[in-house]
Design a protein. Structure first.
Lengths: 104, 130
């Protein structure tokens, strides 16, 4: 389990870096306005990869925060509460990201 | 428990940490900041995608509020630092530069690489942005 988390942390990091580079490439070739902005999220390449990388970002954040909380919060109960709060925060963000992909 | 009787010395002014420790702590802190701010960023993005009016509204808010633009710059800086330190970790995961001396060199390399970016963005923020 630890090894899988370790690997996921690295892979998601690489996915996020790729998404940032792709976004940079896209917007360095077009004017920044509403049309190009929505086209970015509609595009099969950029839009899909954005959504994928957003999920990778949330996973990366979850593993990172989980690591920090297990390091610094000794009480099991408090750890559970904090992780639960943070997890629902991330779920909210994930639902919004999927909603963007579905709505456009 | 014997474990809890170990002496604790936490005078931060006197503890001398190696450069690798500072780089690692900063990696953690920048990650923590990003972990709380980045998930929120989906909401303005989603809002701006609904219609042209919404898009212009977000633009207007950003144009009016210098603090928000500053925040975005700082977020970008934090991200960049996190990426640099993360790439250093990825290289170490490939069994490159694992010795203590190599770790120190790469930590200094990271600082030397990041400092000009930090100062140029700070300069930009101080004299051009607001």
């Amino acid at each position: 389990m630890g090894l899988i988390l370790w690997l996921l942390q690295r892979m998601s990091a690489i996915a996020i870096m790729c998404a940032v580079v792709l976004t940079y490439i896209y917007f360095s070739h077009v004017d920044f306005n509403f049309i190009s902005w929505t086209n970015y999220f509609r595009s099969p390449l950029y839009g899909t990869f954005f959504c994928f990388a957003w999920c990778a970002l949330l996973l990366h954040a979850w593993i990172g925060v989980w690591t920090i909380i297990t390091d610094y919060v000794p009480s099991r109960k408090l750890r559970f509460i904090l992780l639960g709060l943070y997890g629902s925060f991330l779920m909210l963000s994930a639902i919004s990201a999927l909603h963007i992909r579905g709505a456009i | 428990m014997a474990r809890n009787k170990r002496p604790v010395f936490l005078n931060l002014m006197q503890i001398h940490l190696p450069v690798t420790a500072w780089v690692s702590i900063a990696h953690r802190l920048s990650g923590l900041l990003l972990a709380f701010i980045m998930p929120i960023m989906i909401f303005p993005i989603g809002y701006s995608l609904v219609s042209v009016e919404n898009f212009e509204h977000v633009r207007q808010i950003l144009a009016q509020h210098c603090v928000l633009r500053m925040g975005l710059h700082i977020l970008a800086l934090t991200y960049l630092y996190h990426v640099f330190a993360g790439v250093r970790h990825l290289i170490m995961d490939c069994n490159i530069g694992l010795s203590r001396q190599a770790g120190k060199y790469s930590a200094w390399a990271l600082i030397i690489l990041f400092t000009p970016i930090l100062f140029s963005v700070m300069y930009h923020l101080a004299f051009q942005e607001c």
